[in-house]
Write a protein that binds this ligand. Structure first.
Ligand code: GCV
Length: 693
C-alpha cells in the first residue's frame, strides 16, 4: 500500500490472503498496546498503523494500556512497565541483549493470545517491530513465535555521495539528491519515508554528504562528477540543517554522520594549517565537535576521504594516516562519536592494488579506539568482480568496516539489472586466514563496537528511489547482510521479492532467479569472466562515465599485448599476491591453482594458454562474452513471462530496461571481443569473431 507519492519498495504490506493466516494474525495483532516513550516508539506506532492496516485489511487499535476482553493483542514495550512482557520474557534474556537487540515472543496471558516485542532500548523495539512486520509480510506463522536477535555487526552505515547545495549525486543513477539543503531545516515528507526504509533493513547510520567534499585540485579532475561544497556543512550556519535531518533519522534509530574535509580547520575555520599534530588544529576539531554535539546529541561522527583522488589529507603535513585520523578521534571521543577513515588510497604505485595494504598494514594498532578503517571490498574500485582486499585479516588491532557499493557505478548503473548480493556473499565468505584457517571476512566485521559495514547509497529523487526497480534489492540486501552477514544472498533476495512483488510463489521464484543470475551475466559481458576489469569508458558526461565499453582507454588494467593478456601480480610482477595470508599467496601465484575467475587479475598469460578444460584463454574470453549476452536475453524472457502477475507499471518499467540492457550487453560483447581479437589475432573457434562488419 502506498502512503506517500513515492514507492514503498519492500514495505508494501499487501493484504494477507490466506484466511487461516489472516485470522491468526488478526487475533494477535489487531490490538496493539505500545508503550509511550521516546521518539522511536512514535515511529513504532506509525509503522504498526500503516503495516497492520495493509496486512490485516483493518486499521489496528492502538492502546496505552492492555486491552481487555479481546482475542489477544500485540505488546511493544519494556519489562519494567508491561506486565504481559514480564510474563513472556525473563529479565536475564533482555538484560543480555545489546542496545539494538530484541525479543519477539508469542505468549498466552490472562486467556488472551499475545505477541510481545521487547528490548532494552526504544531502538531495539523499533528494529523488533520491523522484524515482526517482515514476518507477517512473508506470511510466516506467529503462534509459536520465539525470536531473540541482535545485529551481528554494530556499524551499519549508508554513505551518500550526494553533493550538498548542487543536488547532484556522484555515481547516482536515480535522479538528484533527496536532500534539499536549500530548504532545510524545513523537512520534506520524503525524509521520513527514507529513514523508515533504512530502519526496516536494520541500517543504523547515515552519512549525508559525499566523501569528495571539495572539487579536487588536480590535473584531469572530472568537473562533471566531482563533489564541491560538502565541506561547508561543518560551518556553524549550516549545522541547523544537519540537525533537522538528524531529528528525522533519530526517530528511526539511525545516527547522522558527516563527510568532512581534512582541511576544515582552514576552510571552515581560519587556521593556516590542518597539521594534525598542531595544538591549534586539535583544539579546533574539539571545539567543532562540541558545537556539533550541542546541536545533535546523538551525532554519529565523521567520514573522511584523505590523500585520495585530490582530497587533502595528513600527507600534506608529512603525517601518516593514523596521526591524521586520531586527531578527529580524540575530538569525538568524549561524545561517543566515531571516525570512519577510508583506506581508498592509491596513485603512487604502478599497480594500484598494492598500495592500500602498504599504507595501512604497518599502522595496525596505531588507530584510536573510535576510529574505524573503512576498506573497499576489493583492491581496485568496486569492479564487477575483484579479489578481496588484502587488508581484511591483516589489521587485527584495528576496527575495520567493509565498504560495499550499493549503487551500480561499474555494473550497468541505472539501466542494467545486477544484484550485488551474490558478489557480497562471495566477499563475506572469503577465508582471509587472518587468524588462522576459517577467518572469513564476515568474522572480522562483527561483535565489536566500531566494526561493520558501509554501503554507498543508490537512492535519489526518482519515485522508486533507486532508478531501476530491481536495484531496490541492493539497498535492502545491504542492510540485511550488514545486520547478519551469515544470511545468504538467495535467502535475502527471496524475502525481498515476496515483500516487494507479493507472496505468489512462482513470482518470488522467478524474481529471485533473475536477481541471482544477473551478476554473473554482467561479469561475463563486461569483463570476459576470467579476472579482467576496468574496461569502462571514462567520458566526461556523468552518465557516460564508467558505463559504456572503452577497453582501449585502460590497457594498464588489463595488461593486453600481442603476446597475451592479464597482469602479473605474482612475485615476478607487482607481487600483490604475497600480501595475502595462509595458502593464498601460493595459490594465486600459480596459474594452475589460481581460481579461473581471477586468473588474469594475477597473471599475464599467452592467448593460447590452456585452462583446466583445455579451452584457451582467448576462446574462454570470447565464449563468456557471448554467453553473458545470452544470459541477459534469458533474464529478459523470464521477466517478460511475469506480465500479468506483477503490477503493470513496474512490469513495464523493468521490461524496458531489460530491452536496453540487451542492446548494451551486445555493445559490450562486440567491443571486448573485437579488442581482444585486435591483439590476439586468433579467430573464434565458433566463427563469431572477427565480427561481420
Ligand atoms: C567518491 C571511484 C569513483 C569516484 C569515488 C571514488 C571513491 O574512484 O569513481 O566517483 O569518489 O571511487 O570511492 O572515493
Amino acid at each position: 500500500m502506498v502512503v506517500t507519492d513515492y514507492d514503498d519498495c519492500w514495505l508494501q504490506y499487501d493484504r494477507v490472503d490466506d484466511p487461516d493466516r489472516l485470522s491468526a494474525y488478526r487475533r494477535r495483532c489487531l490490538h496493539a498496546y505500545v508503550s509511550e516513550e521516546g521518539p522511536e516508539l512514535r515511529a513504532v506506532r506509525q509503522e504498526l498503523r500503516v503495516g497492520l492496516d495493509g496486512l490485516l485489511g483493518r486499521e489496528p487499535h492502538l492502546w496505552q494500556h492492555p486491552p481487555r476482553s479481546q482475542d489477544g493483542f500485540l505488546a511493544v514495550g519494556r519489562r519494567d512497565n508491561m506486565e504481559v512482557v514480564r510474563h513472556a520474557v525473563d529479565a536475564a534474556e533482555v538484560d543480555g541483549l545489546d542496545e539494538e537487540g530484541y525479543v519477539l515472543r508469542a505468549t498466552e496471558w490472562e486467556g488472551q493470545d499475545c505477541v510481545v516485542v521487547t528490548a532494552n532500548t526504544d531502538r531495539g523495539m523499533l528494529f523488533g517491530t520491523f522484524h515482526l512486520l517482515r514476518l507477517l509480510s512473508l506470511g510466516e506463522p506467529i503462534a509459536d513465535l520465539d525470536v531473540v536477535e541482535e545485529p551481528r555487526a554494530k556499524e551499519r552505515v549508508i554513505d551518500h555521495w550526494d553533493n550538498p547545495f548542487r543536488g547532484s549525486v556522484e555515481r547516482g543513477y536515480a535522479g538528484q539528491s533527496i536532500f534539499d539543503w536549500e530548504t532545510l531545516p524545513d523537512l520534506r515528507e520524503r525524509y521520513w519515508d527514507y529513514a523508515r526504509l533504512l530502519a526496516s533493513t536494520g541500517i543504523n547510520g547515515v552519512v549525508v554528504n559525499n566523501v569528495n567534499t571539495e572539487k579536487p585540485d588536480r590535473e584531469g579532475a572530472n568537473d562533471a562528477i566531482a563533489g564541491m561544497e560538502g565541506w561547508q556543512l561543518l560551518e556553524s550556519e549550516n549545522l541547523e540543517k544537519v540537525a533537522a535531518l538528524a531529528t528525522v533519522f533519530r526517530r528511526y534509530g539511525v545516527r547522522t554522520f558527516l563527510s568532512v574535509n581534512y582541511a576544515a580547520p582552514m576552510l571552515v575555520g581560519d587556521l593556516d594549517t590542518a597539521d594534525p599534530l598542531e595544538d591549534d588544529v586539535e583544539a579546533w576539531w574539539k571545539r567543532k565537535a562540541d558545537e556539533l554535539y550541542e546541536r545533535i546529541p546523538d551525532f554519529g561522527g565523521f567520514l573522511v576521504k584523505a590523500d585520495s583522488e585530490g582530497q587533502r589529507g595528513p600527507y600534506d603535513y608529512d603525517r601518516d594516516h593514523a596521526e591524521g585520523a586520531n586527531v578527529l578521534g580524540r575530538a569525538l571521543e568524549p561524545h561517543d562519536g566515531r571516525v570512519f577513515w577510508r583506506a581508498f588510497v592509491y596513485s603512487e604505485h604502478e599497480d594500484r592494488a598494492v598500495q592500500a595494504y602498504e599504507t595501512f598494514e604497518p599502522l595496525d594498532g596505531e588507530f584510536h579506539d573510535n576510529v574505524t578503517l573503512q576498506i573497499k571490498n576489493g583492491p581496485i574500485d568496486f569492479q564487477p568482480r575483484e579479489p578481496v582486499s588484502t587488508l581484511f585479516g591483516a589489521m587485527p588491532e584495528t576496527n575495520v568496516a567493509c565498504e560495499l557499493q550499493i549503487t551500480q557505478e561499474y555494473t550497468g548503473q541505472g539501466v542494467h539489472a545486477c544484484s550485488h548480493l551474490p558478489q557480497w556473499e562471495e566477499v563475506l565468505e572469503f577465508d582471509t586466514h587472518g587468524d588462522g584457517e576459517g577467518t572469513e571476512v564476515r568474522d572480522l566485521l562483527v561483535d565489536r563496537a566500531g566494526e561493520g559495514f558501509a554501503g554507498v547509497a543508490n537512492v535519489g529523487e526518482d519515485r522508486n528511489w533507486t532508478g531501476h526497480d530491481l536495484a531496490q534489492l541492493n539497498l535492502y540486501g545491504f542492510g540485511r547482510l550488514a545486520w547478519d552477514p551469515t544470511l545468504g544472498s538467495e535467502e535475502v533476495t527471496r524475502e525481498w521479492a515476496a515483500q516487494t512483488f507479493g507472496r505468489n510463489p512462482s513470482v518470488v521464484e522467478t524474481v529471485t532467479r533473475i536477481q541471482e543470475e544477473s551478476w554473473p551475466a554482467v561479469i561475463d559481458y563486461e569483463t570476459g569472466g576470467i579476472g579482467l576489469m576496468h574496461m569502462m569508458y571514462n567520458g566526461e558526461a556523468r552518465l557516460e562515465n564508467h558505463y559504456d565499453p572503452g577497453p582501449e582507454e585502460w590497457p594498464e588494467y588489463t595488461g593486453i599485448a600481442e603476446d597475451g593478456i592479464g597482469l602479473d601480480r605474482t612475485p615476478s610482477g607487482s607481487d600483490y599476491a604475497s600480501q595475502y595470508q595462509g595458502p593464498w599467496p601460493a595459490r594465486y601465484a600459480d596459474p594452475e591453482t589460481c581460481p579461473e575467475e581471477l586468473l588474469l587479475f594475477f597473471h599475464h598469460l599467452p592467448w593460447e594458454h590452456e585452462l583446466d578444460d583445455g579451452t584457451t584463454v582467448i576462446q574462454r574470453l570470447y565464449d563468456n562474452c557471448f554467453e553473458g549476452v545470452e544470459a541477459v536475453r534469458a533474464l529478459r524472457e523470464r521477466w517478460s513471462a511475469l506480465a500479468g502477475t506483477v503490477d503493470e507499471r513496474r512490469h513495464r518499467r523493468v521490461a524496458e530496461r531489460f530491452d536496453e540492457q540487451v542492446v548494451q550487453a551486445e555493445r559490450w560483447r562486440d567491443s571486448l571481443v573485437s579488442y581482444f581479437y585486435e591483439y590476439a589475432g586468433v579467430p573464434d573457434e565458433r566463427g563469431r569473431v572477427p565480427l561481420d562488419d
